[in-house]
Design a protein around this ligand. Structure first.
Ligand code: PLP
Length: 397
């Protein structure tokens, strides 16, 4: 393994775009540049490509094309789901339920809703970062209009019991008049394309996903909206996206997103290989380094994600030293990693401060190899040993 080669293990932050995705997108920057809303042939060409992408992605999610709204990414989809359902239904209720381990795209939107007269319940999680479905049932009141719980966590990879929660909400809705229903949204940005995500099996009314987490382009995502869902538009203007999201469609992005979905389907089995690499990385680190702890459950976890505490050293110092050896990892969410704030996810899981401080997230992907894991196992223990020898946190040895 050459030292000058980058070993990229931060796929939960973003993924390299697949060359076939780029190839599929290219004509839509050059020859096929039409506006999908234009009536002439160039417009119709672009419109047909968007339609085709919508149908393919709808199929992948177990639904129809008409239920998919294209957005600029997971953040916009989460915002649109929460604000859109919240405000549209506020005459009958102002209560939203979420979890304490959501991505900031959900948490900050929920805080915004609180500032606008909504009450938000932030459900706790267990030591593995899992929400109890029963807690959702207990939290629902007559004023609840929306439950939003993520499918898989971006920092520790734990997978939530979404189908179980969906079934509980369905039962509650069966006893209520249609206008009183509780809507269920899931942020599936990290799970989409990695584990089965079928909106019927999960029992969700709204679902967010993003292109750049699955070897697709940045700046494109989707919001699935079940037929009949009462939701306000995310942006106003033209009549794009069923008048729910005004703005000229990002045709190359949408085409690339659909190609990435097609490839994800094809490469589904590859996730087992990635899981094998991830587990070998953890086992190897565990054999070579003392005082290490994995965050998140042993199972019910994305095959890509390893959140591991290398105690008595600072996560940031680890990352900088990894980077000097060509290894790209993260301390947690890319959106919060610059802030030096303790991870809200680890805090919610009851992880102590020293463990949280020394936590790094490796998120592996399709481009990682056995040789890269070997290189990490050779270099990381040396880095940890050196940093620990200088750390005031290290207990007397
Ligand atoms: N939700 C989760 C769980 C994420 O991991 C991310 C990105 O890291 C987002 C939402 C935001 O998605 P995007 O980067 O497409 O806005």
């Amino acid at each position: 393994m050459k030292k000058d080669k980058i070993i990229y293990m931060d796929h939960n932050a973003t993924t390299p775009m697949h060359p076939e995705v780029l190839k599929a997108m290219e004509p839509f920057f050059t020859d096929k540049y039409g506006n999908a809303s234009s009536l002439h042939s160039k417009g119709r060409e672009a419109h047909a490509a968007v339609d085709e992408a919508r149908t393919a992605i709808g199929n992948f999610l177990g639904t129809e094309a008409v239920d998919i709204i294209f957005t600029s990414g997971g953040t916009e989809s989460d915002n649109m789901a929460i604000k859109g359902v919240g405000f549209k239904n506020m005459d009958r209720g102002n209560h939203i339920i979420t979890s304490s381990i959501e991505h900031l795209a959900v948490l900050e939107t929920c805080r915004f809703m609180q500032a606008h007269g909504f009450e938000v319940t932030y459900l706790p999680v267990d030591e593995y970062g899992i929400v109890k479905a029963e807690d959702v049932r207990k939290a629902i009141t007559d004023k609840t209009t929306l439950v939003t719980i993520m499918h898989a966590n971006n920092e520790v990879g734990t997978i939530q019991p979404i189908a179980e929660i969906g079934a509980i909400i369905k039962k509650i809705n069966a006893k209520r008049p249609k206008e009183q229903r509780v809507y269920f949204h899931t942020d599936a940005v990290q799970s989409f394309g990695k584990i089965p995500v079928d909106v019927e099996e999960l029992g969700v009314d709204l679902l967010s996903a993003s292109g750049h987490k699955i070897y697709g382009p940045k700046g494109v995502g989707l919001l699935y909206i079940r037929k009949g869902t009462q939701i306000a538009p995310g942006s106003l203007g033209g009549h794009h996206e069923r008048s729910l999201r005004a703005g000229t469609e990002n045709v190359p992005g949408i085409v690339g997103f659909a190609k990435a979905v097609e490839l994800a389907k094809k490469n589904f089995k590859e996730n087992d290989r990635v899981k094998g690499l991830r587990d070998r990385l953890y086992q190897g680190l565990n054999e070579r380094i003392t005082d290490i702890k994995m965050n998140g459950g042993p199972d019910k976890r994305l095959s890509t994600t390893l959140s591991v505490a290398l105690r008595y050293v600072e996560g940031e110092a680890l990352l900088l030293n990894f980077d000097m050896k060509g290894i790209c990892a993260s301390t947690g969410s890319a959106c919060t990693s610059g802030s030096l704030e303790q991870s809200h996810v680890l805090k919610a899981m009851g992880v102590d401060a020293v463990t949280a401080q020394g936590t790094v997230r490796f998120s592996l992907g399709l481009d990682n190899t056995d040789a890269e894991v070997d290189y990490c196992l050779k270099e990381i223990p040396k880095i940890v040993e050196r940093l620990r020898s200088m750390s005031p946190l290290t207990p007397d040895q």
